[in-house]
Structures are given as structure tokens and as C-alpha cells.
Design a protein around this ligand. Structure first.
Ligand SMILES: [Zn+2]
Ligand SMILES: [Zn+2]
Length: 108
């Protein structure tokens, strides 16, 4: 009898997103309460939600102070998006990178 080992079916899957903290690759696993738990495979930053932006660079927010004199800070999307690295190099080997608008500058 041939036992089919499925040791690697722990449920984790790699996301096309990178950590907002260290730019490590994000992995996620289904959460019993719905949604997914997202975790950085490098620094361990963890979040729970329906999109990787609870931990990835897409969720990077900037503080924007209200200009009417009253106290209050709104967090606005910084416009940073994760995307596959178009130019993998020894200096910059990450498969997934993050940049403003998701548009990596083409060759310099
Ligand atoms: Zn990280
Ligand atoms: Zn992302």
C-alpha cells in the first residue's frame, strides 16, 4: 500500500505581495472564521483579513492632516503596490517588489 504523503498541504500559499515592513514574501492560510491569515515569510508580520494588504506594501498608508484647523488625521492610500520584479538581479533578487503605483521604473 502506497501512502500518499501530503506534508506540504498545510494550506499556506504564497501571495504576489511583499511585506510592508521588510519586503519579504507574504504567505497566507485560510482562517476558520473566514478570510485569511497573512504572514510575512521573513519577519513574521501577521494580519488577518480578506486581502494581503493587511500586511503587504499595498496597504501602506500616509497620514494626511485635515486642513480645517480641527484635529483629525485621515489615513490615505500611499499608492504603493506590490508587483512581480521585472528586473531580477543579483543586487535585487526579490521576485516580488513594491513601488509607487506598481510601476517599476524601466531600465536606467
Ligand atoms: Zn516582513
Ligand atoms: Zn500588496
Amino acid at each position: 500500500m502506497r501512502a500518499i504523503e501530503r506534508e506540504n498541504t498545510s494550506g499556506w500559499r504564497l501571495e504576489q505581495h511583499c511585506c510592508r515592513n521588510c519586503f519579504g514574501r507574504i504567505a497566507s492560510i485560510k482562517h476558520p472564521d473566514g478570510g485569511r491569515t497573512y504572514q510575512c515569510t521573513n519577519c513574521g508580520l501577521e494580519g488577518h483579513g480578506h486581502k494581503p494588504d493587511v500586511v503587504c506594501s499595498c496597504g501602506t498608508k500616509l497620514r494626511k492632516y485635515k486642513g480645517d484647523g480641527r484635529t483629525g488625521v485621515v489615513m490615505v492610500d500611499a499608492g504603493i503596490r506590490c508587483h512581480p520584479n521585472k528586473r531580477v538581479s543579483p543586487e535585487f533578487p526579490s521576485l516580488i517588489v513594491a513601488s509607487y503605483g506598481g510601476a517599476q521604473a524601466e531600465g536606467v
